[in-house]
Design a protein around this ligand. Structure first.
Ligand code: F6P
Length: 546
């Protein structure tokens, strides 16, 4: 028997896919009337209140949206779109534990992981969640006491959501990491990844965390087996003490020989799992109090998302602007530029969060979508990106909205460096917006070596179109609390655009085909059998075996 097609785009009565709303048509009209020629420089000149009117406060995060190609009318239409699509009902269904991940028949309850005891509506999960959390944090504190535990190296073996979140957070909160502890992350099935780490370790001082929701992922299992073999070959004997698992598949961890396991539940998606036992490396690195602060920051953002009116709801507004850019302006990517070295892995983390969640082309009812969904999300920390690809952001043929993340107070004492960092951050968003007119470029002195170059042509090389959009987030300091809030902000923003697009942001069927084919090719790499393969794959396989 087949399951009946869901009602509304999210399976909830009263929800409508974005393109079937009146607001979508109104936004089309708005774009034609005001949007296509929208000029940021003119908008600021026209309206002295623009910066304040388009800036928003959410817990721990200030967001200046005023350098975006929107005005207050655009936001009004977008909020209307959210209302018509039933965003609030969809959001409430997620918080209430409805099985909104319909293609996997699961609830989506990562928000329950960061809710304090007694927070409605999570009572039914609170006992389990807090039991595991308390046990996990107690264990983390023991490991962290390096004099007693003798552990100096912690190796997290996991991939995707079982790697990116913990790795990103541990890197971001480096200032909080216990001295004497070195955290390592091994994800790639490429043996170079594990080998690079193992050569720095000894068995006595090492703890391996095998992190896998399913405990079946090829890469993680291969690395875990290889780590176990290394451990035994080096004379290590106490697997139970030196290997721990974080997984929903406790039985498989036991079969591997692991006796200390921290579990979680199928309603925690892999890319939303850093708040669960998957966060064990974070808890070891920054301690129980730090981990609780991370959860508290995320919970504060959950409350904001759940309660703030849509007009001032930051994740909602960001998701709406994302949709505006993708579907009305046709911008295909967004660049993230954290001006904090600690956030170096944030773009990689966001790639999974956003592109695995919203990289879909059918709605929940299986209908092919007539519009684009997830943009490509990419980036590097500033100022490094400036010396690599910012050329393209300023003068390339595509408009790519940029997201700047500035942190007011650093955790180091190099005040002059920090001022330079912030000046660069502000300058880049300013340059993207203001540009430089050809006449201004023509008035500049040409480089001596280019004196013979046609001055008009040179001015065209040296001018900047400007009017390129950006958002700037400001955090006061990068702490467990502010990072928790920032990450939850991104999660809910992705939820918002996914909900309006009518897709299931919580499955990831798109990763399955490649996994299955890799399993079929694996024995062929050993045997050399290319029968039945397409010509290209057969040729490449033969060459790789030579
Ligand atoms: O391949 C995609 C994926 O399923 C991600 O969604 C997930 O985060 C990752 O693999 C790792 O999965 P697991 O935690 O089960 O090893």
């Amino acid at each position: 028997m087949t399951t009946p097609a869901p009602v509304g785009c999210a399976g909830l009565p009263g929800t409508i896919r974005c393109d079937r709303t009146a607001a979508w048509q109104a936004l089309r009209g708005h774009l034609e009337a005001h949007g296509r020629d929208f000029d940021l420089r003119e908008a600021f000149a026209r309206d002295a209140t623009r910066a304040a009117a388009l800036s928003f406060e959410a817990p721990e995060v200030f967001a200046d949206l005023s350098k975006n190609l929107v005005d207050t009318a655009t936001l009004r239409f977008l909020v209307e779109l959210a209302r018509e699509c039933g965003l609030e009902a969809q959001r409430d269904a997620m918080f209430a534990g409805a099985p909104i991940n319909a293609t996997e028949g699961r609830a989506v309850l990562h928000t329950a992981l960061r809710a304090p005891r007694g927070a409605a509506p999570f009572d039914q999960f609170a006992d389990d969640v807090h039991r595991v959390l308390d046990a996990m944090l107690g264990y983390a504190e023991q490991v962290r006491d390096t004099d007693r535990s003798a552990i100096r190296h912690v190796v997290n073996i996991g991939i995707g959501g079982s790697d990116l979140g913990p790795q990103m957070v541990v890197g971001a909160l480096d200032a909080y990491v216990a001295p004497g502890l070195t955290m390592h992350f091994v994800s790639n099935v490429d043996g170079h990844d594990l080998t690079r780490v193992l050569k720095r370790l000894n068995t006595r001082e090492t703890l391996f965390i095998v992190a896998s929701k399913t405990f079946t992922t090829q890469e993680t299992m291969a690395n875990a087996e290889a780590a176990k073999a290394w451990f035994l070959a080096q004379g290590g004997s106490d697997i139970a003490r030196h290997f721990v698992a974080t997984t929903t598949n406790v039985e498989a961890a036991a079969r591997f020989g692991i006796t200390t396991t921290f579990g979680f539940w199928d309603w925690v998606g892999g890319r939303y799992s850093l708040w669960s036992a998957i966060g064990l490396p974070i808890a070891i690195a920054i301690g129980a109090a730090g981990f609780r602060a991370l959860l508290a920051g995320a919970h504060a953002m959950d409350r904001h998302f759940a309660e703030a009116p849509l007009e001032r709801n930051l994740p909602v507004l960001l998701g709406l602007v994302d949709l505006w850019y993708r579907n009305f302006h046709g911008f295909a990517s967004r660049s993230v530029a954290p001006y904090h070295q600690g956030l170096a892995r944030l773009p990689a983390y966001l790639q999974q969060l956003e592109m695995e969640s919203n990289g879909k082309r059918v709605d929940l009812a299986g209908q092919t979508l007539p519009y684009a969904t997830s943009p490509v999300v990419w980036g590097e920390p500033g100022t490094n990106g400036q010396h690599a690809y910012f050329q393209m952001l300023h003068q390339g043929s595509d408009v790519i909205p940029v997201e700047f993340i500035a942190v007011r107070r650093p955790s180091h004492g190099l005040a002059d460096s920090h001022r330079k960092l912030l000046a660069n951050c502000l300058a880049q968003s300013q340059a993207l917006m203001l540009g430089k007119r050809t006449e201004e470029a023509r008035a500049e002195r040409a480089p001596t070596a280019a004196q013979d170059f046609d001055p008009d042509a040179l001015a065209r090389h040296r001018c900047f179109p400007g009017n390129r959009p950006s958002t700037t987030f400001v955090l006061d300091t990068l702490t467990p609390t502010s990072l928790g809030a920032l990450v939850a902000l991104y999660e809910h923003r992705v939820f918002t655009s996914g909900a309006l697009w009518g897709i299931n942001s919580f499955d990831q069927w798109g990763v399955e085909l490649g996994k299955a084919l890799a399993n079929q090719l694996l024995p062929r790499l050993a045997s050399g059998d290319t029968q039945g393969l397409d010509g290209s794959t057969a040729q490449l396989l033969a060459r790789l075996r030579r």
